[in-house]
Design a protein around this ligand. Structure first.
Ligand SMILES: [Zn+2]
Ligand SMILES: [Zn+2]
Length: 284
């Protein structure tokens, strides 16, 4: 027993952007690491992002690409194929608890599509994500923003504020997800790198999002693509947040479990402990 938490946010070949995804490989890696559970939270993105002309050629995934209006149409999730893979993996790795899941991008913008998806069967982990920020009235995917793409009067600070304000809309405008994924998503693109991000300048915006999430008794994700600033988790505690999940956001088997040991240490230092069942969120 390693004491590692479950990896509650990973992607496999069933996610449109996981070109190196492999569910069997991710299960094998989870067993090797001694993870108590893994959740396969595949992307459901409906927002049609603006893609700058110089990047349009690279945006062809699974035979789909940028439409003639310069917007990207994310391929839909093949739910039947995904569920067949889950069953296959559960048979092959009986020692691993394998959770189903989805990562809903901007579900507050697409209530009908989301309800239709969720009516098709249960998912163990439903993540809500704000991947998008509206600049000049059009939707851009935040973590691939090059600062050359955006209107010159928009500072990195203004982008982070716009992103957090849209995340607040996501939390207050949709109750279909249980876990808020990567609250620090925009920090990934901070110009001098995430370590230089001045988190305290955005304290009130973060607190507002966290307060709304805690007020509806939902869960914050500690996403480990970049280290989540300890102060954000402390604010989560301060506004009454009680539960945490951990997610590597792996898009390939080798990344499963990445950063979870450090993240679990941070959570423990703020009083969070594993739940009764190995796959439960941590709580305090
Ligand atoms: Zn995401
Ligand atoms: Zn993800």
């Amino acid at each position: 027993m390693t004491g590692l938490p479950p990896d509650s946010h990973t992607h496999t070949q069933w996610s449109w952007d996981a070109t190196a995804g492999d569910m069997v490989g991710s299960c094998a890696r989870a067993v090797e690491l001694g993870l108590p559970a893994i959740a396969f939270t595949e992307h459901v993105d409906i927002t049609r992002w603006v893609i700058p002309p110089d990047r349009q050629e690279r945006m062809t995934v699974h035979g789909r690409g940028v439409a003639s209006d310069g917007r990207f149409d994310p391929p839909p999730l093949d739910v039947d194929g995904y569920r067949a893979s889950l069953e296959h993996c559960r048979e092959r790795f009986p020692e691993l608890r394998i959770l189903s899941g989805v990562e809903l991008g901007e579900p507050h913008w697409f209530p009908d599509e989301v309800d239709e998806l969720l009516a098709s069967g249960a998912f163990d982990r439903i993540l809500g994500s704000q991947h998008t920020v509206e600049l000049d009235g059009r939707p851009w995917i935040v973590d691939s923003l090059d600062h050359g793409d955006v209107p010159p009067d928009l500072t990195p600070e203004a982008i982070v504020r716009a992103h957090l304000s849209e995340m607040l809309e996501l939390v207050t405008g949709c109750d279909r997800f249980e876990v808020l994924a990567h609250v620090d998503y925009a920090v990934r693109r901070w110009p001098d790198g995430p370590a230089a991000f001045p988190v305290t300048r955005f304290e009130e915006e973060f607190r507002e999002v966290l307060r709304a999430l805690a007020g509806t008794d939902r869960t914050l994700e500690l996403n480990t693509v970049i280290p989540l600033d300890r102060r954000i988790v402390a604010w989560w505690v301060d506004v009454g947040g009680r539960t945490l999940t951990f997610g590597s956001d792996a898009h390939a088997p080798a990344v499963v479990g990445h950063g979870l040991a450090e993240a679990a240490g941070l959570a423990r230092s703020l009083g969070f402990r594993p739940g009764r069942h190995p796959s439960d969120p941590w709580h305090r």
